[in-house]
Ligand binder design. Structure first.
Ligand code: COA
Length: 194
């Protein structure tokens, strides 16, 4: 436990600040962040890419599959599960928690938080730059989230969704799935190495 805290401290104090390719020391920066995250995340696949300045809190319940990427300046709450081969642009925010706010007589600050809702991102999804993904969302495998989107509802597999709130504008290729198509969750990071 103490060792894990030291790794997390070293990640934020040093490794997160190191540059990413193509800048000098960028390859080393990505390598060091990957090694550290393997010791921090709940499940961490092979060959992940953690770009500069990624924040994931303690990271203890983050899952990420093989060859997936956390983009520059990404911000992840707890309980985010990312599949394999996931691409992520810069400044992506993934949220899993909301404040309680129903009682107008009490400051929101003192009303506590709602139950945390995990976010699932399926294999081969591409999350565009500056997107925001709200608590409880599942992004299907192969889906694309356009730059600057705010994702408020689940996105089906292989859909292209854009805007605020994100709407599906089309499917990739000829693949069309109805709303009852099972959204793959087994692909999150189940086969990743610890
Ligand atoms: C989502 C995306 C992949 C769509 O590409 P595309 O299928 O070629 O889409 P098009 O450019 O043909 O646009 C289709 C429509 O969606 C709209 N649109 C495309 N991207 C949009 C976005 N991010 N937000 C809002 N609307 C968008 C277009 O204005 C167009 O609308 P129209 O039909 O009314 O004219 C692309 O626009 C995008 O956002 N890429 C992310 C880039 C990125 O974040 N890169 C970071 C490096 S990983």
């Amino acid at each position: 436990m103490l060792m894990k805290k030291i790794i997390i401290l070293f990640y934020y104090a040093v490794a997160a600040k190191l540059p990413q390719p193509p800048f000098p020391l960028g390859v080393f920066g990505n390598w060091l962040r990957r090694i550290l995250c393997q010791g921090i995340f709940l499940k961490c696949g092979k060959n992940i890419v953690v770009r500069q300045n990624v924040f994931f809190g303690s990271g203890c319940d983050i899952e990420i599959g093989d060859n997936s990427e956390l983009g520059l300046n990404a911000y992840l709450n707890r309980d985010v599960k990312i599949g394999r081969e996931v691409l992520m642009g810069q400044n992506v925010t993934i949220l899993t928690t909301n404040h309680e706010f129903e009682n107008p007589d009490i400051q929101i600050h003192y009303q506590g938080r709602r139950e945390r809702k995990p976010v699932y991102i399926g294999d081969d999804a591409w999350i565009g730059a500056n997107s925001i993904i709200l608590p409880g969302i599942t992004i299907g495998c192969g889906a694309i989230i356009g730059a600057g989107s705010v994702v408020t509802k689940d996105i089906p597999p292989f859909a292209v969704a854009v805007g605020n709130p994100a709407r599906v504008i089309r499917q990739r290729g000829s693949r069309v799935f109805g709303s009852d198509h099972p959204v793959p969750r087994s692909n999150t990071a189940d086969q990743a190495t610890d």
